[in-house]
Design a protein around this ligand. Structure first.
Ligand code: URA
Length: 209
């Protein structure tokens, strides 16, 4: 798909969520938070759920966690034009509580559509929920079999889902740096390692092209 077709396809998924998705989070939200960035990017970041600022502005990662993510992207030489950023949930959970299984089941079919349209080679998952969902092969029912981010962070893995190969790099959620300053160094180190991996993937073509 060329850029224009991808933009149109993404816009129609967004319209579909607004028109048909049934979820109490939607009724309470100010805006849908669908995604941002370059739909043609090879790298897709998946976060957890919108927070207050994201809900108000209708864009992912524009609040405090967004500042941390921007900084991490900058450290490894990436800008918004190089990536696409989406979330597991499309609407904000109250008080930023963790997503429930039911919400994940309702919201992620649309995320899977986004992933198929964008067709990334590399998926960088931010936090436990995104990591479990992606490593479970996009199947919420299998998330419980995936280990926690404490064990998985910073280590790239390959997965083939619905016939397409992805390199997946699980990362701590950038908001973790806000709550636990000690994690900052580890997260920066994981991003630097990811940068090396991205460079190597481009040089030796580890990923499907
Ligand atoms: N945290 C997320 O996981 N996503 C956002 O969009 C903002 C904060």
């Amino acid at each position: 798909m060329i850029d224009k077709e991808k933009n149109e396809a993404l816009a129609s998924v967004k319209k579909k969520i607004i028109a048909e998705m049934v979820c109490p989070l939607k009724d309470a939200a100010t805006n849908i938070v669908f995604g941002k960035g370059n739909p043609n990017a090879e790298i897709l970041f998946i976060g957890e759920a919108p927070g207050r600022n994201e809900d108000l502005q209708g864009e992912p990662f524009v609040g405090a966690a967004g500042k941390q993510l921007d900084e991490l992207l900058k450290i490894i030489g990436l800008e918004l034009k190089d990536v696409y950023i989406a979330n597991i949930l499309k609407y904000r959970p109250p008080e930023n509580r963790a997503p429930t299984k039911e919400e994940i089941i309702r919201h992620t079919p649309y995320l899977v559509e986004q992933i198929r349209i964008i067709g990334p080679k590399i998926i960088i998952t931010l936090g436990n929920y995104a990591t479990k969902f992606v490593l479970a092969g996009f199947d919420p029912e299998k998330m419980k079999h995936v280990g926690g981010i404490t064990h998985l962070h910073g280590i790239p893995v390959e997965r083939t889902v619905y016939g397409k190969k992805y390199s997946i790099i699980p990362m701590y959620h950038p908001a973790a740096m806000l709550y636990n300053g000690a994690l900052r160094g580890i997260i920066v180190e994981d991003f630097r390692r990811a940068e090396e991996y991205l460079k190597m993937s481009r040089t030796i073509g580890t990923c499907d092209s």
